[in-house]
Design a protein around this ligand. Structure first.
Ligand code: ADP
Ligand code: MG
Length: 465
């Protein structure tokens, strides 16, 4: 970073220039050329340039003067992505934009690539394939009343892995920051001690790797996991009722515990409510620390919006921040999604975010359902997905491979069209209680069984695709 700019940033921070978001504008920019009278200031994007040309023009001059350079003329340029050095510097910064790819996609390692070849988890700390996404850090995690306990426990684990809170079990609803927090533990530990063998895996990946190893008769699957210092397992609720993989997980888990290796687990519900867990695994999981993350309160939501837009180089009007925080209440992922859409929309068009835009994006972001969708289409598409004749699917056959698709079709008609149970019953020549039972069953399956969840979401995509 240019020395003069460093001095300006220090001044900006000393002056606590309108809070953290503004000083971030400064931190994300840099002087790339300076001859005492003229300076070229390189900024992240068009917003930052606008800010420096308008609202921040005066503070910029004042801070330069304080740093010993009064009356400097600025040319503001937008950083080009091709600048090698700058790019890597940027890559090291937390990236909240998520506009190019969703975090899941960035983090997802090639599907079980490391397992398929040898059946061994090669994703250790220090190596890129430990499953950790560098984007998830404590530094960009906003702490509020909803998550402060979970955050503190995660930090305690970083201080003394394997000692306190082992296993650490973090649970809470979708999009509330579980993956972010448990990944942040992994990243912090990898930084603190690069020799640690760390693996982040979802329970689905663990299960698939196990099945693969079995199928290919690769030995040493469990040994490789037992060499880990830190095992982070995400989305434990999807542990399928498969006895063998649970057994394997149980033994891996026990072995790690006995060696005082840290195990961290996330789930959408506490261990006692994961119905597919065997009793002994549940008991073991309950022996450590289980902490929940709640929905973020209004203030936390405001803080998250400000911080995230600030990191994208944008200062949103308070009115917009409050509007978003009021309207997206229970899911930070959704909050982030709408915010990113708003920022991307404005960036592409070179305009400033307004409350009207925020409103229109928020209204549009709720999946717009084609008006033509009806029960018959859902039945046909579900039947086609399962390669069944729709007539047979709606008929009397109660064998499992027909009954389950039928129940899924009923479930989709209920959730997508909000049709009444008796009306759905008529489509399938069944009474309303049988429909109700089917819908409840699929609802429960979606929570516990990732195959069904995947099937339902595939079909749902086809309905709107
Ligand atoms: P979960 O695993 O609980 O479904 P994630 O950890 O994937 O949720 O969080 C969803 C998104 O919201 C992620 O992009 C994450 O970075 C972000 N997020 C969640 N909680 C916070 C927080 N407290 N501060 C900053 N970002 C957060
Ligand atoms: Mg998650």
């Amino acid at each position: 970073m240019h020395q003069v700019w460093q001095a300006v940033i220090e001044q900006a921070e000393l002056a606590k220039l309108s809070g953290p978001t503004i000083s971030l504008f400064f931190r994300k920019s840099d002087i790339i050329d300076f001859d005492g009278a003229h300076a070229r200031l390189e900024v992240l994007n068009i917003f930052a340039r606008r800010q420096f040309e308008t609202k921040l023009a005066k503070p910029l001059q004042q801070l330069m003067a304080k740093a010993g350079y009064p009356g400097v003329k600025f040319t503001i340029v937008i950083r080009s992505g091709k600048n090698g050095g700058k790019k890597s510097e940027r890559a090291a910064q937390p990236d909240f934009s998520g506009r190019i790819a969703s975090p899941k996609r960035i983090s997802a390692p090639p599907k079980n690539a490391s397992f398929v070849s040898s059946g061994t988890p090669k994703r250790y700390g220090g190596e890129p394939n430990n499953g950790l996404n560098p984007r998830y850090r404590f530094a960009n995690f906003i702490v509020g009343g909803n998550n402060d306990l979970a955050h503190a426990a995660c930090q305690a684990v970083v201080e003394a892995p394997g000692e306190r809170y082992n296993p650490l079990f973090i649970y809470g609803g979708v999009g509330l920051g579980k993956t972010h927090l448990i990944q942040a533990i992994g990243n912090a530990l990898a930084e603190k001690d690069p020799s640690l063998k760390i693996l982040y895996t979802t329970i689905e990946e663990f299960y698939n790797a196990f099945v693969n190893a079995m199928r290919r008769k690769v030995s040493g699957f469990s040994d490789d996991y037992r060499k880990l210092d830190v095992l982070i397992v995400d989305d434990m609720q999807y542990i399928a009722g498969k006895e063998k993989s649970q057994e394997e997980f149980f033994h891996t888990f026990n072995a790690l515990q006995q060696m005082n290796k840290q195990v961290i687990i996330s789930s959408d519900r506490p261990p006692r409510e994961i119905s597919t867990l065997t009793d002994r695994l549940r008991t073991r999981l309950e022996m450590g620390m289980a902490i929940d993350i709640q929905m973020p309160d209004y203030e936390t939501r405001c803080a998250i919006i400000s911080a995230k837009s600030g990191l994208s180089g944008v200062t949103l009007d308070t009115q917009i921040v409050e509007y978003l925080a009021e309207n997206i209440r229970n899911n930070i992922r959704e909050l982030e999604g709408v915010l990113n859409q708003l920022l991307a929309y404005c960036e592409v068009r070179g305009i400033e975010p307004t409350i009207e835009l925020a409103k229109s994006i928020l209204t549009q972001s709720h999946v717009v359902k084609p008006k033509t969708l009806n029960a018959k289409q859902i039945i046909d598409k579900t039947a086609r997905y399962f390669k069944l004749d729709p007539k047979i699917m709606c008929g009397k056959d109660r064998s499992h491979n027909i009954a389950e698709p039928r129940q899924i079709a009923m479930y989709l008609i209920r959730t997508e069209l909000s049709m009444s149970f008796p009306k759905i019953g008529r489509e399938f020549s069944r009474d309303h209680s049988s429909v109700m039972h089917s819908v409840e069953k699929i609802d429960e399956c979606i929570k516990n069984d990732f195959y069904i969840r995947q099937q339902v979401s595939d079909i749902r995509e086809k309905l709107y695709g």
